[in-house]
Design a protein. Sequence first.
Length: 329
Amino acid sequence: MEKTNDFRELAFLYFDGKISRDGEVRLYSFINRNEANMALFRQWEQEWLTERQDDNVLTEDWKSLQAKIADKPLMTVRQGRRKLTHTRFWYLAAAVALVCVAAFSFRLVLDVFRQDTEKYFVFETPKGERCKLTLADGTVVWLNSGTILRCPADFDKKERRVMMTGEAYFEVIRQDGREFTVNTGVCDIVVKGTKFDVAAYAEDDYVQATLVEGKIEFHHAGGAVEMTPGEQVHMVKASGKLTKSHVNTDQCNAWTEGRIEFDRITLGDLLPKLARHYNVDFHLQTDSLANKSLRISVRNDETVDDVMAALARIIPMNVTINGRDIYIR
């Protein structure tokens, strides 16, 4: 039987970025066994940090990193199936809890870029991954594939405001007299306590907000639109054209459970969602196919090959898969 000290050694190897794949699996199994083991893991993390506070090599590494990224006043947190590349980390206690939904996506790489300007925590989900966060005020946030969320280091002290690109589903904790704002760079979503989805990928030509519960306001250059449950606001970035409609909210946030559900969607709108879901690149070589409408239900156990084979039976088209590139004509 493995002793607790064995897992402590594995934890220190993990923090140093030197753990083996087998060791990592053993450590994850230990951490997920119960809350007491998770508490031990956090204790070991603090011990590891304390031991390295006076590490001169760490200090030099930090100075070198600062010189390289002096123009980026933010903190980056990345997780996913990627191998840890840093052997030393400068640590700043984050006022968030991070739970990764996808398998083997528990890893964290933390860099803090300190300047006199405001500091941010930046959470980024790679394509093909999803992530769940709990912010300092208790607000729960799910981040979809390829999403970046920026949260000020003093969040919940001055104001509750985050910035994002991509797609996120929020369950905002109500605080009397204190609004919660999501800034997409194109519009602000202002709330007091509610559940809603925001889609604002940089590569998409639109921003979209869908309200599940409560009340939100969609603020844009032309004014503010108040929304009630079941409503969706869709705004075209280039023209600012805004439309509001009633939708099935269960389908809009199905991605938080690893599903893609639509009663009606065009192939042109569907492909970017599938691309992010499966981390692939689609090449639609026939424009006439983009407006083909269909109903689709994709769940976790379906591969991209399965989905494309099903689509080819519904829509007359040829599909060629070459690694991550998928050609449709």
